[in-house]
Write a protein that binds this ligand. Structure first.
Ligand SMILES: NC(=O)c1ccc[n+]([C@@H]2O[C@H](COP(=O)([O-])OP(=O)(O)OC[C@H]3O[C@@H](n4cnc5c(N)ncnc54)[C@H](OP(=O)(O)O)[C@@H]3O)[C@@H](O)[C@H]2O)c1
Length: 335
């Protein structure tokens, strides 16, 4: 008789939907978990598979339904989708209909003229390749990862609409679009009979740009908003406030978060941590509850190196909004 490792038989927590808030995504039928898991870091081909698997399982057990991928997440490119596909196959076959799986194409994926941008040629081939890597028949959401000024917007939006009409994506979204670009793209999609579900951009206490144009446009058009890097890649957990820990993105020599970038915001992070302490909560909690304070924000896409980090981030938002007086003091620090 084969003795199975307990990890081989995954049964999701029966209470998984009890502690999570689900927010309506713009004017649509879709509810998304207020905290989503992003697989940009820690799920690539060089990362530890069992750890990646533990994080995804813990996420689902905590009520996370939205999993955010892209064709080029890894490294190497494509490997986060392969990791996720392996986890799906091993653990989540009974749960596919409970998962909201997103992927994207836009940034460089492969060499040559069809490996980046916004052409129909690249976007649709990339979607097919993503489905293959994950071993699934459709994604719930397919994003154009970044606007391509050299491709007519009609062509990029036509490719997204085609993804929906072919049944390979249930919904489509935009990422890193300016308010003006987003408005045009949403109109174009409407004219093709497809509602844009969501826009995804960086939003956290150190980057407030979406407040200045994007969020009002999305609200008016009935489009949801996914905030990525809500912890500013870890800075807003306070982990760098007393130096650079060994187990951190900066210590790992990330090209996306460097000591130089850190130095520009660390003073603010220290003051915010002090304020959080006065309010009796952690900086992580302050940052995530702050980012969810506007109902135009549908979900926060957090990253996690460990299941424990993910758990802390999910628990952080359970207390809901922040007091107006606390919000004012945050504004003073960020001014
Ligand atoms: N559309 C786009 O262009 C775009 C761009 C970027 C990201 N995204 C999406 O957004 C997702 C999240 O981005 P992100 O990883 O920058 O998000 P983030 O949540 O701001 O940062 C996550 C990182 O912070 C640290 N961290 C998280 N929780 C922690 C905790 N409780 N205690 C201590 N450290 C903690 C971990 O890094 P260390 O432990 O390694 O320090 C973790 O990997 C991505 O996976 C991706 O899906 C999209």
């Amino acid at each position: 008789m084969k003795i199975y490792d307990v990890k081989e038989v995954y049964r999701a927590d029966e209470k998984r939907y009890d502690g999570m808030e689900y927010r309506r995504c713009g004017r649509s039928g879709v509810l998304l978990s207020a905290v989503a898991l992003g697989l940009w870091h820690n799920f690539g081909g060089y990362d530890v598979y069992d750890n990646a698997r533990d994080i995804v399982r813990r996420a689902f057990d905590l009520g996370v339904t939205y999993f955010d991928l892209a064709n080029n997440y890894g490294p190497p490119f494509g490997s986060a989708e392969e990791t996720f596909g392996r986890i799906l196959h091993q653990d989540f076959s009974p749960y596919r209909d409970e998962l909201f799986i997103a992927t994207k194409a836009g940034y460089t994926m492969q060499p040559g003229p069809y490996g980046r941008g916004g052409s129909r040629k690249y976007l649709l081939a990339s979607l097919d390749a993503s489905l293959k890597r994950m071993g699934i028949e459709y994604v719930d959401l397919f994003y154009h990862h970044c606007m391509d000024p050299e491709t007519p917007l009609e062509e990029s939006m036509g490719a997204l609409a085609q993804a929906v009409h072919s049944g390979k994506a249930l919904y489509v979204g935009l990422s890193n679009y300016s308010p003006e670009q987003a408005e045009k793209a949403v109109k174009l999609l409407d004219s093709m009979g497809v509602h844009c579900l969501i826009e995804q951009s960086r939003y956290n206490m150190t980057v407030r740009d979406p407040e200045r144009g994007l969020l009002p446009v999305l609200r008016e058009k009935g489009v949801g908003f996914a905030a990525f890097s809500p912890l500013a890649q870890g800075i807003l957990t306070g982990k760098y406030n007393r130096g650079i820990p060994q187990d951190s993105r900066v210590h790992g020599k990330s090209i996306y978060l460097t000591e130089e970038k850190l130095s520009g915001v660390i003073e603010q992070a220290r003051r915010l941590e002090e304020l959080a302490g006065e309010a009796g909560i952690s900086l992580t909690e302050l940052a995530l509850r702050w980012a969810l304070r506007d109902s135009a924000v549908t979900t926060l896409i957090v990253g996690a190196r460990t299941p424990e980090q993910l758990e802390e981030n999910v628990r952080a938002v359970q207390a809901g909004g922040l007091e107006p007086a606390l919000l004012d003091r945050i504004d003073d620090i960020l001014a």
